[in-house]
Design a protein. Structure first.
Length: 192
């Protein structure tokens, strides 16, 4: 099993592809390598000791790093590969993100309004997205409830004004208006 991520290193002016390949023995070790467009070559970076409990989705690039969700010592983390330094770092997920009791949980990283987000696509019905308001700050995760029920969702991109987001929702593309969603929450709170 393998996953890839792609991004631009503005320090060296180079496009890079990061490849993580899980070993066949329980998916506990990931072989990390990086391809440089400038040198037109792959090079091995390191072996990572992570368990992969979620499906292998492609990495998401934000703030000069490619991001995935992996498990380190029975705790899911966002694993980030810095395209400039070519080093890996971990970011903790909020504890409440793991509250789903379903046996199959699949955390997918995305970008929502220019912020890192994580969605639990466990193929059961959910209605929330975790958004990191301050990049790299574990205490800044915030839960956003959406008025769509889904089994599988991944945010793909958002509009410049941040009001709309394009979602891959249960295999379909959906344009979702976040401004209307927030107004709907305020209206429902007033009605109570």
């Amino acid at each position: 099993m393998a996953t890839h991520g792609f991004g631009f290193d503005d320090l060296s002016g180079d496009y890079k592809v990061v490849k993580l390949v899980a070993d066949g023995d329980g998916d506990h070790v990931l072989n990390a390598s990086v391809y440089s467009l400038k040198s037109d070559s792959w090079r091995w970076m390191c072996d990572l000791s992570y368990e992969h409990k979620d499906c292998f989705s492609s990495g998401v690039t934000l703030n000069g790093a490619v991001h995935w969700v992996f498990t380190n010592q029975h705790q899911r983390v966002v694993l980030a590969f810095d395209l400039k330094t070519e080093e890996f770092r971990e970011m903790s997920l909020p504890g409440e993100a793991e509250d789903c009791a379903h046996s199959y949980r699949n955390f997918i990283v995305g970008v929502l309004n220019g912020r890192l987000c994580v969605v639990n696509s466990c193929y059961e019905v959910h209605d929330d997205v975790w958004v990191m308001n301050e990049y790299g700050e574990a205490s800044s995760w915030n839960r956003i409830r959406i008025s769509l029920l889904y089994r599988s969702m991944k945010p793909l991109c958002s509009s410049k004004n941040g009001e709309e987001v394009l979602l891959e929702l249960d295999g379909d593309m959906v344009l979702y208006n976040l401004r209307l969603m927030h107004r709907g929450i305020r209206d429902s709170c007033k009605a109570q």
